[in-house]
Ligand binder design. Structure first.
Ligand code: M6R
Length: 608
């Protein structure tokens, strides 16, 4: 999730200071490197480097770039580490075309190979760099800049918002979008494009929304929108934005957490985009090892528990999942050079996770990781890593990063399962297909079930405690529901494997005790019905997350939240956790707390 801003200003005005200010407003979208390009007197000048905006500006003075047309970018690395050469803008061989990009170009390796055989030289390890080179290639065939850009866009697979500026037409900006966001701003004879409205809000409140598969041409005459596929012109009316700058950053949502819950529809897709080669690399490290430990903390630990079950079930691997802070005391004696540590950390900076990794590395273990922050300490300690591509998460409570971690770990288990042939290829394909369906399912859930969750939150807001129960892969889902609820509402919450609850927890049950069952219709269904009956018989108030049409559990429950479709068991955490995230969010709001910044917590815990 990077931030993009481009502008075409009146002659005599300087774009650079405007770009700088807009990037400041976009910094929340990514902040590992920054770059700007402007065109003046037949020269295209780029300034860029790794680091946050203020650091890069202090080093290079971004404001003294000249010219009324320019583009800027603040990056959240997905392909290629956050170093200067991978920062945007990326240019073609002759530095005549500069491109910034937000998203992931899935087929970039094929395109890169094709362009290399035609003599193009690549300077970065990004997916983005294929774009300026391909436009350069089409220009050399005699196409106009607009046609070369359109033809290039039609070759790309994946998600992108792309903005291009070029010496071919120095007063023009070309841009296009597919899945990643891009909005256009209409000033007084000046025109803007940006990742979100917040970027140009102080300049104009008139905006044009660029739809999927469209491109736009910005020049001193105005903005033209075309269908990228066939170049047909599109007529679009401007809207007037009423948001204040803060809600513009939250895209109209009341809190970042709610925005991030909604973003899961996109972030899960982005987590699915990582190329097979990375999974193959990680898979071979794990398969070469005799022992595998998954280490993580908090939400990442819960994702690790799902990953551990998937690796056992799909790949027959004997994996132990250990809370990172316990790892060195509990399991370090077992670590040797035939051990692999799979560390899961959104930030890549959690001290407990890093300590476990360092201790294991010192004993010769291989380190592989799943992290959201390329360039993080964890990534640097790892032999192989996979980026989960969730973009920055501002809310302290992890939401979108959990579902992405689970998605990546399931894809890893699928990759190893395929290689080992432990389970039928039908079962594996069904899981893979279900993962592709999860974003649409979550969208459906967010469109239709939020009011049900709000009502439950209202009715539970006076509770002195709440319990979450599940079986099998729904145990980690229940643990995650519990963690979300307690960290945001400050209500002491409990989570148990449902079968274990009768060995002690059941003593707490009295009339009306809210008990949330995560009850998908999978192989645990019959048993969980038994557990629901045990609790109901003692007066618990039963709230169940069920598959739509599950009359058996519905009839036993006081309230249900229905998941619109059936899913293979291992895919259920990705979707069933969403109502639990919403429940925690609404409980926090109802109780007057700030769900984005819960007390005593930090986004990244860098102390032991
Ligand atoms: O950055 P990490 O994934 O390593 O962070 C681990 C935990 O600190 C984190 O998941 C924490 O539990 C969140 N507040 C949960 O919402």
């Amino acid at each position: 999730m990077c931030g993009i801003f481009g502008c075409v200003l009146h002659d005599g005005r300087e774009a650079a200071p405007l770009i700088h200010a807009a990037l400041k407003r976009l910094e929340y979208r990514g902040y590992d490197s920054v770059g700007e390009v402007t065109i003046s007197n037949g020269t295209l000048t780029v300034k860029k480097d790794s680091g946050r905006l203020d650091e890069v500006h202090a080093k290079y003075n971004l404001d003294d770039l000249l010219g009324p047309v320019g583009v800027g970018h603040t990056r959240w690395a997905t392909h290629g580490r956050p170093v200067k050469e991978n920062s945007h803008p990326l240019v073609d061989c002759k530095s005549r075309i500069a491109v910034v990009h937000n998203g992931i170009i899935e087929n970039y390796l094929d395109l890169k190979r094709e362009l290399e055989t035609k003599g193009h030289r690549f300077a970065s390890r990004t997916d983005t760099e294929v774009v300026p080179h391909m436009v350069e290639e089409y220009l050399s065939h005699g196409l106009s800049l607009e046609e070369a850009f359109r033809k290039t866009i039609n070759r790309l697979e994946g998600a992108y918002s792309i903005v291009l500026t070029s010496l071919e037409k120095p007063k023009t900006i070309l841009c296009a979008r597919q899945e990643s966001p891009l909005v256009l701003g209409l000033g007084d004879g000046e025109y803007y494009c940006a990742s979100d409205i917040a970027a140009f809000l102080p300049l104009t409140r008139k905006a044009l929304i660029l739809e999927e598969g469209e491109m736009a041409i910005l020049d001193p005459d105005g903005i033209r929108i075309l269908k990228a596929k066939n170049g047909v012109a599109v007529k679009r009316d401007a809207i007037t934005v009423t948001w204040d700058p803060e809600s513009a950053k939250k895209q109209g949502y009341r809190h970042f957490m709610l925005k991030e819950i909604h973003e899961q529809v996109h972030t899960i897709r982005d987590a699915m985009r990582t190329h097979e080669i990375y999974y193959d690399l990680l898979a071979s490290k794990l398969m070469q090892s005799e022992k595998v430990f998954i280490v993580a903390c908090g939400t990442s630990y819960h994702a690790g528990l799902v990953g551990g079950q998937a690796l056992m079930k799909l790949a027959g691997m004997n994996v132990r999942v250990v809370v990172a802070s316990e790892f060195s005391d509990e399991a370090l004696d077992l670590v040797d050079s035939k051990t692999a540590i799979l560390a899961v950390s959104q930030s890549g900076e959690t001290m407990d996770t890093l300590n476990a990794v360092r201790d294991a590395k010192a004993k010769g273990a291989s380190i592989v990781s799943v992290t959201n922050v390329l360039g993080s300490t964890l990534m640097r300690l790892s032999d192989v890593y996979i980026g989960q591509n969730s973009g920055p998460e501002i809310g302290v409570a992890a939401t979108k990063t959990f579902t992405s971690q689970v998605t990546v770990l399931l894809r890893l288990a699928i990759a190893i399962g395929r290689k080992k042939g432990e389970v039928s290829s039908k079962e594996i394909s069904e899981l893979e297909e279900a993962l592709h369906r999860t974003p649409a399912l979550i969208q459906n859930l967010l469109n239709t079930r939020v009011e049900d969750v709000k009502k439950i939150a209202e009715s539970c807001s006076g509770a002195s405690s709440i319990c979450f129960l599940g079986r099998g892969v729904s145990v980690p889902t229940s643990l995650e529901g519990r963690l979300k609820l307690l960290e945001l509402s400050y209500i002491p919450a409990i989570a148990y494997p449902a079968g274990e609850s009768k060995h002690g927890f059941i003593a707490l049950i009295e009339e009306g005790f809210p008990t949330v069952f995560v009850a998908p219709r999978d192989e645990t269904h019959k048993k969980i019905i038994g557990n629901i009956m045990e609790m109901k018989a003692r007066g618990a108030r039963i709230i169940s997350i069920i598959e739509e049409g599950d009359e058996e559990v519905r009839n036993l429950s006081d309230d249900v939240i229905e998941i619109p479709e059936s899913l293979p068991s291992l895919a259920t955490p990705v979707v069933y956790v969403v109502p639990l995230q919403l429940l925690a969010y609404y409980m926090s709001v109802i109780l007057g707390h700030d769900p984005d910044y819960p007390r005593n917590l930090a986004k990244s815990v860098t102390v032991e």
